[in-house]
Design a protein around this ligand. Structure first.
Ligand SMILES: [Zn+2]
Length: 134
């Protein structure tokens, strides 16, 4: 599953536009990292490869945002949380749900992608998000 693309945020979001949630994995110690980085955060090895994450993860923690940055104002109130993937990596995400009060720590969530790109740094919410599983 390795890819030759550079381990950068830019490539991460390009994958999102292909509806792929990707991480990089250290060739040496197998540490999985999101956001991608060229140097392993665990063993400092400088060879990493892209791996595709599964579509589902577990909600570790979340908060409901009522006062947002201007670009997300139309979405308020919305939930942001940390989702733990089966690969062991935890990623920040918007949690889309029609009933924020039903969110529960430990529940399964499913990754999905927004077609609308947006400029900005990490985390760049609208390109990927998690939602309740159907
Ligand atoms: Zn490593």
């Amino acid at each position: 599953m390795s890819e030759l693309r550079d381990p950068t945020i830019e490539e991460f979001y390009k994958y999102c536009s292909e509806r792929k949630l990707m991480a990089v994995r250290c060739i040496r110690c197998r540490q999985v990292m999101v956001p991608p980085r060229a140097i392993c955060s665990n063993c400092r090895h400088s060879r990493v490869e892209w791996v595709e994450l599964g579509q589902r993860g577990k909600l570790v923690t979340y908060t409901i945002v009522h006062v947002s940055p201007p670009q997300f104002k139309h979405m308020t109130p919305y939930a942001v949380g940390i989702v733990e993937m089966p690969e062991g990596v935890k990623i920040p995400s918007i949690i889309r749900t029609s009933r924020p009060e039903d969110l529960k720590i430990g529940m399964q969530l499913e990754a999905d992608f927004s077609p609308r790109p947006q400029e900005g740094g990490w985390p760049n919410w609208p390109r990927y998000f998690f939602k309740e599983t159907e």
